[in-house]
Write a protein that binds this ligand. Structure first.
Ligand code: HEM
Length: 427
């Protein structure tokens, strides 16, 4: 397979997958491939791949903070749902993509930038637009000859949005820097958000680079999570019979665990299972584990990789492999719960990568945000299912099509769903 002047070798052999999963970054590099492919050095900053301090922050802190903030998140989600879904007993058609993006943006940013900035609607709007613009610009800069890359990157980034975004965010970083002494001496409570974690992990660093870490996390998280939630809603809307056992489980768990809390969330196994199943069938990137060879090497199946060549694993095809999954192309919301312990497709936890589930990659570079995404999506999806039934509009027969571009696969944002309030909302 060739893209531009780059040869990409698509691998499926289990031994090669294992080799990539455990590969030394100096031989098969994820950072080099990601930097080149997303053009981060030109669009944001070299610091993202030279000093990837955001990875540990995402892995160790973000999910934990989300779970602490469940009550606050629910107030915000409730406000969004009430504003979008003004329904009574009748079915009403909703702009689903706007609803989904708002839910994801508010929950992610509450953890990233704290209460004040995440309540600033203008800033949320700027960050949603900027992360989308960066992912589109990344592809074009990648296709541009090296000598023009920087100029094209500057040209493609919307300067008005960029400046307004940076001015607000750098103002908060500056304020935090000034108050660091107060936090250290206990005069003020140390904020618990990614702004603070990045400030402390980065040491002496420019304000610009500090902001770029936040922007990079937004770029990696907001639209991937929104697309995944939208996919789950589409799948459950097409399989309305699946909503019933999930809603029943939510009611039972909330009753048993005393409402919406961390324990309740970890017991919502059928919500986990339906998210995993939707993610299996509709991974937001059709090929994962993209790596660049930094030196010549042989793959485990005998293929020779010369320096500079790339490998990818076709996640879409493997996720749908009939050798791994029974009824591989069918959405079965409770698949993970029904398959036996010995079954190759079995892990129940929403986003544990495995042989037949590569939507988050595999191994040491598997998505560090998957635990956060799993809890965030579970909270939002369960909160929606607890209060509403939803289905496809009556003039739609099939599941809305995905839009494919290069390796990305996103649900059709123009498709709407129809919602109805449930008789007795579960709170
Ligand atoms: C459902 C939503 C998400 C999906 C489907 C997804 C998928 C992926 C995939 C396929 C990779 C590449 C893995 C590889 O090359 O092997 C990746 C990497 C990454 N993801 Fe996610 N992701 C999601 C959510 C998030 C969230 C919420 C965050 C942050 C909070 C995040 C941060 C990242 C970062 C920083 C990387 C690069 C990892 C590295 O540098 O080692 N992702 N993601």
């Amino acid at each position: 397979m060739a893209i531009k002047r780059r040869w990409i070798i698509v691998v499926t052999h289990p031994a090669v997958l294992k080799q990539i999963k455990n590969a030394d970054e100096r031989h098969l590099s994820m950072q080099a491939a990601a930097d080149e492919r997303n053009s981060m050095s030109y669009l944001l900053s070299n610091c993202i791949h030279e000093n990837p301090l955001h990875v540990a922050i995402i892995q160790r802190k973000m999910r934990h903070r989300l779970l602490e903030l469940i009550p606050d998140m629910l107030i915000r989600l409730d406000e969004i749902l009430k504003r979008h879904i003004t329904v009574g007993a009748d079915w009403v058609t909703i702009e689903t993509s706007h609803l989904v993006l708002e839910c994801i943006s508010i929950t992610t940013n509450r953890v990233l930038v704290g209460e004040e900035l995440s309540g600033d609607k203008e800033w949320l709007d700027l960050s949603e637009k900027l992360s989308l613009a960066i992912s589109e610009a990344g592809l074009l800069v990648d296709l541009t000859p090296r000598c023009f890359k920087q100029a094209v990157a500057w040209y493609l980034l919307p300067s008005g949005i960029w400046n307004a975004y940076l001015s607000k965010l750098s103002g908060v970083f500056e304020e935090r820097e000034k108050r660091m002494h107060d936090y250290d001496t206990g005069l003020a409570e140390r904020p618990k958000d990614a702004i603070q974690w990045i400030l402390e992990a980065a040491g002496p660093s420019s304000l610009y680079n500090l902001c770029m870490y936040i922007l990079y996390i937004q770029f990696s998280s907001i639209h991937t999570s929104a697309a995944s939630l939208m996919n789950a809603l589409f799948d459950l809307a097409c399989h309305r019979e699946s909503q019933i056992p999930i809603q029943r489980e939510i009611a039972q768990v909330l009753e048993l665990k005393g409402g919406w809390n961390k324990q309740a969330l970890s017991n919502l196994k059928s919500v986990d299972s339906s998210l995993r199943e939707s993610q299996r069938l509709h991974p937001v990137t059709t090929a994962t584990m993209m790596r660049k060879a930094l030196q010549p090497l042989f793959l485990a199946d005998g293929t020779f990789l010369s320096k500079g060549q790339w490998v990818v694993v076709p996640a879409w095809a493997i996720n749908r492999s009939t050798e791994i999954h029974t009824d591989a192309h069918t959405f079965k919301a409770l698949r993970s719960l029904e398959s036996s312990q010995t079954d190759r497709e079995s892990p129940v936890d929403a986003y544990v990568p495995g042989d037949g589930f590569l939507s988050f990659g595999l191994g040491r570079h598997a998505c560090p945000g998957r635990w956060f995404a799993a809890s965030e999506l579970k909270l939002i999806l369960a909160f929606i299912l607890a209060q509403y039934d939803f289905k496809l509009p009556s003039d739609t027969i099939n599941r809305p099509m995905n839009n494919f571009r290069f390796f990305s696969c996103v649900p059709d944002g123009t498709q709407r769903l129809v919602f109805r309030a449930r008789g007795k909302a579960l709170r």
